[in-house]
Design a protein around this ligand. Structure first.
Ligand SMILES: [Zn+2]
Length: 117
């Protein structure tokens, strides 16, 4: 599995970490240990957590836990990124409903039908 890490920031400023087909929400930061603690977003079935360093531009996973009760879902992550991109665009350009946003929206809808998002 790749070590690829991506951050998705919602328009409320909340961070979601995407790594290895799983998504995590920020739980806490330890400025002394230079760590961010993340919790799996599937908290109803899984309590996996990972630790990363603090540098959002160069995140590295320092400790990774096993996920229990669900499988990695790369398609759901792609859909989430598209949706967040649309929301951010809409927030930044409230008076502009461009064609590309509608296209992105229909693409993400197609992606989501098939995944339980
Ligand atoms: Zn999990």
């Amino acid at each position: 599995m790749s070590d690829n890490i991506e951050l998705v920031r919602s328009n409320k400023g909340k961070l979601t970490l995407c790594h290895g087909g799983f998504t995590y929400t920020e739980h806490s930061r330890n400025l002394r240990l230079l760590k961010i603690y993340w919790r799996c977003t599937e908290r109803s079935v899984c309590n996996a957590r990972i630790h990363t360093n603090l540098d959002e531009a160069h995140l590295r996973v320092l400790r990774e836990a096993k996920h229990i009760g669900h499988l990695p879902d790369h398609r759901a992550i792609e859909a989430k990124k598209v949706v967040q991109g649309i929301k951010r665009h809409a927030a930044e350009h409230p008076n502009e409903p461009p064609q590309q946003v509608r296209e992105a929206l229909s693409a993400s809808t197609a992606m989501r039908s098939g995944t339980a998002l």
